[in-house]
Write a protein that binds this ligand. Structure first.
Ligand SMILES: NC(=O)c1ccc[n+]([C@@H]2O[C@H](COP(=O)([O-])OP(=O)(O)OC[C@H]3O[C@@H](n4cnc5c(N)ncnc54)[C@H](O)[C@@H]3O)[C@@H](O)[C@H]2O)c1
Length: 382
C-alpha cells in the first residue's frame, strides 16, 4: 500500500488592479504502520512502495549511533531487500546533535552524498533523530521527503508523530524548528527491547501525560502494568493507544497556529526548562514527569483537584520510578528558564493543570511563591 502524494494548490483572487489575494493550500497525507516485528517483516515492502511512489531510487539512512549498535543490520537488510541504493549517515547519540552544529553536519553529509529532492531520507533513532531529521528534511533544498523508524518508546508514542522538527539553541529547547510531515512512519515496538529500562520509563512518562489528558482507560492500563515494565503485545497496545490519543489532540490545530493553550504541553512548561537547566543530563521524559508532578501539586494546592486525583498521578509516576521534583539548588535556573517558555507563548506560561484523568485545563501563569510551594509540597512527600 502506498501513501498518497502530497497535494498543493494556489488560489489567486484579484480583488482589484492593485491587490491580489494568494492562498496556498497544502495537504500532507502519510501512513503510520505499527506492528511487533515490522522491521524484520514488512518494512522492506513499505519502503519499496514508498520509494516507487516518490520515484526515489535511493535511501539515505540517518541513524543514531546508539540505535545503530543494535538495529543497523536489520534496517539495511530491509532497504537492500527493497532493491534500493543505500547510504548510511550516522549521527552521534545525544541531545547535543540536535543543535545548529549537528544540523549543519547533517546538511554537509547530504550534500556530499549528492542528495536530491528524489532521495528519501530515513531517520532511525529516538526523539533526537526524529527532530533533527525532520528539521533537516524541511530545510535541505527547501524540503525533501523523509520517513521515520522511531526506536525509543518516547519517539514511537510522541516524537515521530505530528511532523514537528526542532533544534535546540542558546540553552532553549526546539528554539529553531518547523513542521514538515513525513512520507511514512514505521513503528516496531520490539526495537525498544534493547533500550535501558530508564529510557523505557522515560518514554512511558509521555504516555502517562497523554493518558491523563484524554484517556482514563489507557491510564488504568498503565497503572496495571508498571512492574514489570510492559513489553510485547501489551506495549504494542499502549503505543497504539498513545498514538491515537496524540493524533486526536493534534487534530484541531496540527500546525499549532490557532491555540497556544495546548493540553499536550502538560509537563513541558516546567519540564523543558528543567531539562535544559540540567544540561540535558536528565532524559526528556523524566523532565516531563517532573513538570507533570509540579503541575499536579499546584493544581491541588490552588483547590482545583482532589487529593486522591493528585496522589493517583504522583503514585503512577512513582510506580514507573520517574523523578517528581527539582533539586533545591536548581530551582532558580528552572524559574529563569520558564521565561523563555513565556516568550515563546507571547507572554503567559499557559501551564496545563491536571484536575482528574481525562480533564485538564490551562491557566495563564504561575508566580514564584506558588512554584516554590508546589516544589516544597513534593519534597515533603518524598
Ligand atoms: N517532535 C516532537 O513532537 C517531540 C516530542 C517529544 C520529544 N521530542 C524530543 O525527543 C528527544 C528525546 O527523545 P528520546 O528520549 O528518544 O532520546 P534520544 O533520541 O536521545 O535517545 C535516547 C538514547 O537511546 C539510544 N537509543 C535509541 N534507540 C535505541 C534502541 N532501540 N536501543 C538502544 N538504545 C537506543 C540513543 O542512542 C540515545 O542514547 C528530545 O530532544 C525531545 O525534545 C520531540
Amino acid at each position: 500500500m502506498t501513501t498518497p502524494a502530497p497535494t498543493s494548490r494556489l488560489a489567486v483572487d484579484a480583488a482589484d488592479d492593485n491587490t491580489v489575494t494568494v492562498t496556498a493550500h497544502r495537504c500532507d497525507t502519510y501512513r503510520i504502520h505499527l506492528a511487533q516485528g515490522l522491521v524484520a517483516d514488512g518494512l522492506s515492502d513499505h519502503l519499496s512502495a514508498l520509494a516507487s511512489q516518490l520515484n526515489a531510487p535511493e535511501i539515505i539512512v540517518v541513524i543514531d549511533t546508539g540505535a545503530a549498535e543494535h538495529h543497523l543490520g536489520a534496517i539495511t537488510a530491509a532497504v537492500v531487500h527493497a532493491g534500493l541504493q543505500l547510504r548510511v549517515v550516522p549521527v552521534r547519540a545525544g541531545e547535543s546533535s540536535k543543535s545548529p552544529e549537528g544540523w549543519a553536519k547533517l546538511i554537509g553529509a547530504l550534500h556530499r552524498h549528492g542528495t536530491t529532492r528524489r532521495t528519501l531520507l530515513l531517520g532511525v533513532g529516538g526523539g533526537m533523530v526524529c527532530d533533527l531529521v525532520t528539521a533537516t528534511a524541511a530545510t535541505y533544498m527547501r524540503g525533501v521527503p523523509y520517513a521515520l523508524v522511531p526506536t525509543t518508546v518516547l519517539a514511537q508514542v510522541d516524537a515521530a508523530i505530528g511532523g514537528k522538527g526542532g533544534i535546540d539553541y542558546g540553552g532553549a529547547k526546539n528554539l529553531i524548528g518547523t513542521f514538515h510531515h513525513p512520507a511514512g512512519v514505521y513503528i516496531d515496538p520490539s526495537l525498544t527491547s534493547t533500550l535501558p529500562h530508564r529510557h523505557i520509563r522515560a518514554g512511558l512518562a509521555e504516555v502517562i501525560k497523554v493518558a491523563l489528558i484524554t484517556d482514563p482507560r489507557l491510564l488504568a492500563t498503565l497503572e496495571r502494568t508498571g512492574n514489570p515494565l510492559p513489553d510485547g503485545q501489551v506495549l504494542t497496545e499502549i503505543v497504539r493507544d498513545a498514538i491515537a490519543a496524540k493524533l486526536m489532540l493534534l487534530a484541531p490545530d496540527p500546525f499549532e497556529q490557532k491555540d497556544l493553550r495546548r493540553l499536550l504541553n502538560l509537563g513541558h512548561c516546567i519540564g523543558h526548562p528543567y531539562e535544559a537547566a540540567t544540561g540535558y543530563r536528565i532524559l526528556h521524559g523524566e523532565a516531563v514527569a517532573v513538570g507533570t508532578a509540579v503541575a499536579a501539586a499546584h493544581t491541588y494546592l490552588i483547590g482545583e483537584s482532589e487529593l486522591e486525583d493528585r496522589d493517583r498521578i504522583l503514585n503512577l509516576l512513582a510506580a514507573y520510578q520517574l523523578p517528581v521534583t527539582i533539586p533545591e539548588q536548581m530551582r532558580d535556573a528552572v524559574w529563569d528558564g520558564m521565561d523563555t517558555v513565556r516568550r515563546v507563548r507571547n507572554g503567559p506560561l499557559h501551564l496545563v493543570l491536571p484536575h482528574r484523568p481525562g480533564h485538564c485545563t490551562v491557566t495563564d501563569d504561575m508566580d514564584r511563591p506558588a512554584f516554590d510551594k508546589a516544589l516544597n509540597d513534593l519534597a515533603a512527600r518524598s
